[in-house]
Design a binder for this molecule. Structure first.
Ligand code: URA
Length: 209
């Protein structure tokens, strides 16, 4: 069964407060999302495998650990997911970045793929799918379906704020995908916004309305 991790680190919670605050402008919002993504990446990479290599310090030869060359891919769900990519790349600069774009079919209300561009070696990579908001879970489930359909085997999902409904939907559809959250909010409102949430993450990141 999927595990759900809520990062209650004080730095993450502090920055998240100002991300939520409606008077926070675009520039600061973008910077804070970037910083929280970096902090979350630090936690999400905790299980990365290590191997020992031999090195020589100025004092003596010794064995020391380095990352064992695991290949990673970051997949932002367009468009708000883009706001989290640079923050993760600060810690994992060699990761490849794929993109998945989805729109909501006005009749079925279900998410439909309109753009998918992934690294060529999908089967060999571990993926982190990112989207600041996990609301109904529809987009997350569809983005993970997209990745799995193309051969991805190890996937994590990371967001800033989740609604309980979205977490349940992703857990049910993808029990093999662990979910990493900065805050688990109360609920979705009738317009599909997370409450208390932060509003529309894409609009706030890109200064649109
Ligand atoms: N997407 C957003 O940007 N905000 C929400 O509250 C829900 C979905």
């Amino acid at each position: 069964m999927a595990k759900v991790y809520v990062f209650d680190h004080p730095l993450i919670q502090h920055k998240l407060t100002y991300i939520r605050e409606k008077s926070t402008g675009t520039k600061e919002f973008r910077e804070l999302v970037d910083e929280v993504a970096t902090l979350m990446a630090f936690e999400i990479t905790r299980d990365m495998p290590l191997e020992e290599i031999e090195i020589e310090t100025p004092v003596e030869k010794t064995k020391s650990k380095v990352l064992s060359g695991k290949k990673l891919g970051i997949i932002p769900i367009l468009r708000a997911g883009i706001g989290m990519v640079d923050g993760i790349l600060k810690l994992i600069p060699a990761a490849k970045v794929g993109h998945i774009g989805l729109y909501r079919d006005p009749e079925t209300l279900l998410p439909v793929e309109y753009y998918v561009k992934l690294p060529s070696d999908v089967e060999e990579r571990d993926f982190i799918v990112v989207d600041p908001m996990l609301a109904t879970g529809g987009s997350a489930v569809e983005a993970i379906n997209s990745l799995k359909k193309r051969g991805a085997k190890h996937i994590k999902f990371m967001c800033l704020i989740a609604a309980p409904e979205g977490v349940e939907t992703v857990k049910e559809a993808h029990p093999d995908v662990d979910i990493y959250i900065a805050a688990l909010d109360e609920k979705l409102n009738d317009h599909g916004y997370i409450v208390p949430g932060l509003g529309d993450a894409g609009d706030r990141l890109f200064g649109t309305k």
